[in-house]
Ligand binder design. Structure first.
Ligand SMILES: Cc1cc2nc3c(=O)[nH]c(=O)nc-3n(C[C@H](O)[C@H](O)[C@H](O)COP(=O)(O)OP(=O)(O)OC[C@H]3O[C@@H](n4cnc5c(N)ncnc54)[C@H](O)[C@@H]3O)c2cc1C
Length: 357
């Protein structure tokens, strides 16, 4: 990768990944590991954001296993569940049983997403050809002769132009990359939204379940260390109506479905303590064009049911890293990798060999 100084900075890389969520970070790691120069651009300063899901499905555990990372990964604080149940009309019902799976870990892990992302970052940074720029927000794509050849981003240091053989859009459900590329979004629609909030756990609280379905209401409750991450399902666009009925009214509704929270409801002081997730289910008609591929939520925002979004984004990253198209774009780097292996990983010898060629 090289940088030129002018009014706006210019970088050159092989693969520019826009967005450091699960899809972008896993793909960045996999490509860097395969010898490809990767530049990840992430608009936030770190991975510590609002709750964005914690579920590490057996499919993701399997990937960690195949990468030889599972043992280290599982040293991070997490909970594991072989079965998932819900409280339905006061009765606990098991709705998921992972034990029959023939994966390295037949269980669902619950781990804060920032821990997962920091873990992947740590693995990726072992490779010199992995680079990440934080606080760098992509504003536009560069298109030349019908091909996407890079992106334009804003960072604290000013505007940066990043040129790349391939741009990957992993910038989530409000992807600027897919918008600027003119990709058509097909929306499936969703009848629900979710109100997310957290309340402390207390001794004597019920065991972890997926949630409580009672009196026509649904409350998802994810145990995270010393607090409950709660998701209250509301009808689509019902937020303003609830707000005008008042916070006390909402609290009454929450207590109908989760009465054991009554001694801590006062901790929800105002609407700022409650985050609205507008549930979106959509997918792109076409995920790619010359020089660009979108994956993860940027290509398909998933239903929240089952907490699959992170895991499918990771599956996309694995599939993308194996695509013939991507391999052909990165042929030079792949040749470098084979050579590096043949030369016992001596990258400097490889560079010299390529220059001599
Ligand atoms: C409240 C909530 C709860 C959820 N719960 C679950 C759950 O329990 N389990 C589950 O599997 N899934 C859950 N999901 C869905 C899950 O978060 C997504 O499916 C998953 O994170 C998709 O990964 P991704 O990498 O494609 O996109 P994202 O995780 O959205 O990552 C996109 C990244 O791109 C960055 N970005 C965006 N625009 C730009 C730009 N212009 N320039 C640079 N960077 C940019 C963002 O900051 C972000 O880091 C939840 C989502 C929400 C909102």
């Amino acid at each position: 990768m090289s940088a030129e100084s002018s009014n706006s900075q210019s970088l050159h890389t092989t693969c520019c990944i826009v967005g450091g969520g699960p899809a972008g970070m896993v793909l960045g790691f996999l490509l860097a590991r395969a010898g490809v120069d990767v530049q990840v651009l992430e608009k936030h300063a770190d991975f510590f954001r609002d709750f964005r899901g914690d579920t590490i499905h057996p499919s993701t555990m399997q990937i960690m296993h195949e990468l030889g990372l599972l043992e280290e990964f599982l040293k991070l604080p997490h909970n594991e569940f072989q079965h998932l149940s819900i409280i339905y009309n006061g009765v606990e019902v098991t709705i998921v049983d992972f034990t029959h799976l023939k994966t390295a870990r037949a269980a669902l892990g619950i781990m804060p997403q920032w821990d997962f992302l920091n873990f992947i970052l740590k693995q990726a940074e072992k490779y010199k050809n992995f680079q990440i720029l934080l606080q760098t927000e992509v504003k536009d794509i560069i298109k030349e002769n019908g091909k996407i050849t890079g992106v334009i981003a804003e960072s604290p240091a000013g505007q940066i132009e990043i040129r790349a053989a391939l741009v990957i859009g992993t910038d989530g459900r409000h992807s600027i990359v897919r918008e600027k590329a003119g990709f058509r979004v097909l929306s499936t629609g969703a009848p629900i939204d979710v109100l997310w909030f957290r309340l402390p756990k207390e001794p004597g609280d019920p065991e972890q379940t997926l949630g409580r379905f009672d009196y026509g209401r649904i409350m998802i409750m994810v145990g995270r260390g010393d607090y409950w991450q709660c998701g209250y399902i509301i009808e689509k666009n019902g937020y303003e109506k609830l707000k005008s009925a008042g916070l006390q009214q909402l609290k009454k509704e929450l207590l109908i479905v989760s009465p054991f929270l009554s001694n801590r409801m006062d901790l929800i002081k105002d609407w700022e303590d409650i985050k609205l997730l507008s549930v979106v289910i959509d997918h792109l008609e076409k995920w790619y064009c010359d020089g660009l591929l979108c994956i993860g939520d940027a290509a398909h925002a998933m239903s929240p049911v089952g907490g699959v979004g992170i895991n499918l984004a990771i599956q996309d990253a694995v599939a993308a890293a194996e695509l013939d198209y991507i391999s052909s774009v990165f042929a030079h780097n792949v040749a470098k990798l084979s050579l590096a292996r043949a030369l016992g990983g001596a990258a400097d010898k490889v560079e010299l060999f390529l220059k001599l060629k």
